[in-house]
Design a protein around this ligand. Structure first.
Ligand code: FAD
Length: 431
């Protein structure tokens, strides 16, 4: 019997609670269950209903650059003051957000930016291959499409597009620079005002992020994982193990993984860890496609100037993007979702609703991206609690980095060497 099988049999005595059934928690639960642990996935709501539900579905491994970049500094005041611009900060949330922004600005320093780029690249490197292997094993390969994605430019100078192209190439991203004719040939429904595009050839998208979460959770259940609803208010570690207090009961486990996305701060505070997390709220608008028509696009198309993305999904075109700093609990401002449609009218020759009467069925959604000021997630064993692990703070890349995060958490819990150096992702950087 080999070591891996021995490990599995040993793990069967061990129980793990994974708190948070978003794409991150689901991937952690699936990996741990596959390693032979007895896993309970706990969520205050249903599976996949948080930020993982209405996102753009883009496995965006080309996004290797941290969000904190110095060119944003002079654009920031204008961006933030426009309530319907691509980035907004609510007046009510302004004071609360200052410490996060101070750290965000600090991360614009070239030395930190370079360090963070290296860390993001390491996570993104095998992010898609982990998913393709997982989806094959679960027999749900139809949920991933490997057609690349486009970043299109309407007004940006050629010299700036060239510089951006070179910037990606220097980081080893697979990218082609296309002119107007080549871009339209690839995606004939794009408008003629698109002058250039960057074609990221090695990226992918899913036709339904929620279906993906549910299918992966079902696969974990088929291996023995259980799902339990309950809002966790506290986690405590003792010599004998972990106690998880929910609004319904007190549960006992050998280990626990916290994967509560933007809601993770309170649980970590209870364990004495500081987590400078912001809910970077984003919106999507799903436009139903007329019956029996194919999606207008074959791959996600992002607009460089308008800062949003259009993804062809199952029976819909999903427009997604925008950043709103307004805190976790402020009501959604669905005008921000509606404005995505105005932007899409510049990118596409026609919108689906111009061909159909299905306008009332369009679905607006808001989700809270769990964002840390250095654009890196927290993936680690808690420094002062050896039975507690953290998998949270994946900002704009939670879908992309879900499967690789699950792998890393599996390796950390089972005390194997991690396939990526996880030192950059430790919570100790904030404590
Ligand atoms: C508009 C938009 C577009 C996006 N597009 C992309 C994209 O194309 N590609 C990409 O990679 N990423 C994208 N993202 C980011 C991505 O959606 C997130 O990074 C990801 O969903 C985060 O997953 P998560 O599991 O950490 O959090 P969530 O999905 O939010 O899950 C956290 C879960 O924890 C549960 N929970 C919280 N507190 C408790 C508690 N106390 N007790 C029990 N349960 C609790 C919640 O109910 C929730 O189910 C996008 C985000 C937005 C908003």
């Amino acid at each position: 019997m080999n070591n891996a099988s021995n490990e599995k049999i040993g793990n069967k005595q061990q129980t793990v609670a994974v708190i948070g059934a978003g794409i991150i928690g689901i991937n952690c639960a699936l990996e741990l269950q596959s390693l032979g642990y007895q896993v309970t996935l706990v969520d205050k709501g249903d599976i996949g209903q948080g930020c993982s539900k209405g996102n753009a579905g883009h496995f965006a491994t080309e996004q290797v650059f941290p969000l904190a970049e110095s060119s944003l500094l002079w654009k920031m005041p204008k961006l933030l003051l426009d309530p319907l611009g691509p980035v907004s900060l609510s007046a009510k949330h302004f004071i609360k957000a200052i410490p996060w922004f101070m750290q965000f600005f600090n991360n614009m320093r070239p030395s930190l930016r370079d360090k963070n780029t290296v860390a993001i690249k390491a996570l993104n490197k095998n992010a898609i291959s982990h998913y393709t292997a997982l989806l094959k094993e679960a027999n749900i390969e139809h949920l991933i499409t490997l057609q690349g994605s486009l970043l299109v430019f309407e007004t940006t100078d050629r010299s700036k597009v060239d510089a951006m192209y070179q910037h990606y190439k220097n980081e080893g991203v697979a990218v082609k620079l296309l002119g107007r004719a080549e871009t339209i040939k690839l995606e004939p429904s794009l408008n003629d005002n698109i002058n250039y595009s960057l074609f990221f050839t090695d990226v992918a998208h899913t036709i339904d992020p929620l279906a993906l979460s549910v299918a992966l959770a079902d696969f974990a259940k088929s291996k023995g994982m259980t799902f339990q609803q309950g809002e966790v208010s506290r986690i405590a570690q003792s010599d004998t193990g972990i106690t998880v207090m929910t609004d319904k009961e007190v549960l006992a486990f050998n280990h626990c993984v916290v994967a509560c996305g933007a809601w993770s701060k309170g649980l970590l505070k209870g364990l004495n860890y500081h987590l400078p997390i912001e809910a970077e709220r984003g919106y999507s608008l799903s436009l139903p496609l007329p019956n029996n028509t194919n999606p207008t696009l074959s791959r996600p198309v992002a607009s460089a100037e308008r800062r949003f993305i259009i993804t062809p999904m199952d029976n819909t075109l999903r427009l997604a993007g925008t950043v709103e700093y307004a805190g976790l609990n402020a009501p959604a401002n669905y005008k921000r979702a509606e404005m995505l449609k105005d932007n899409a009218a510049f990118i596409l020759k026609t919108l689906p609703e111009q061909e159909t009467e299905q306008k009332s069925e369009q679905e607006a959604w808001m989700g809270c991206r769990p964002s840390l000021p250095d654009s890196l997630p927290v993936i680690c064993q808690a420094p002062n609690h050896d039975k507690v692990f953290f998998a949270l703070g994946h900002q704009h890349l939670g879908l992309t980095q879900g499967a690789v995060t699950g792998k890393l958490i599996g390796q950390l819990v089972s005390k194997q060497a991690t396939e990526v150096d996880v030192s950059a992702f430790c919570i100790s950087r904030f404590n």
